[in-house]
Design a protein. Structure first.
Length: 126
């Protein structure tokens, strides 16, 4: 499991172990969207009849510990990695609030974690 020893700043042994232990077997997830949903980071539309809410919230279902670890890493990685920082700034400059832009960073991070674990490759943004 390459994520525990990865050079992703913000992913230490504790958070890396949390992610690995919560995911258990990456083969349970056929795509990154299912892993995102398992972490409870997917957006949910609140609707009653024909009236839809203007705001979206995350589902917060399933793995609380995985959601915590990914959120913590996303918060740290935007300050330590230029690619993630630029992605956060791009989303923030589009008029999104801090937590929404951070949610986009979490989604990107989940896609990267999924790729690292399914293909058993080291993290490299170059």
């Amino acid at each position: 499991m390459e994520i525990i020893n990865s050079p992703i700043l913000g992913v230490g042994y504790t958070l890396g172990t949390m992610i690995i232990s919560e995911i258990d077997d990456i083969k349970k997830f056929s795509n990154p969207s299912k892993l995102l949903a398992f972490a409870g980071l997917d957006s949910v539309v609140k609707q009653s009849g024909n009236v839809q809410s203007d705001s979206l919230k995350i589902s917060k279902c399933d793995s609380t510990y995985l959601r915590y670890a990914i959120y913590k890493i996303a918060f740290l990685i935007i300050y330590n990695n230029e690619t993630f920082h630029n992605y956060y700034i791009e989303k923030y400059s589009q008029g999104k609030k801090h937590k929404v832009a951070l949610g986009h960073v979490c989604s990107k991070l989940v896609r990267i974690i999924f790729k690292i674990l399914t293909d058993d490759i080291p993290f490299d943004l170059s």
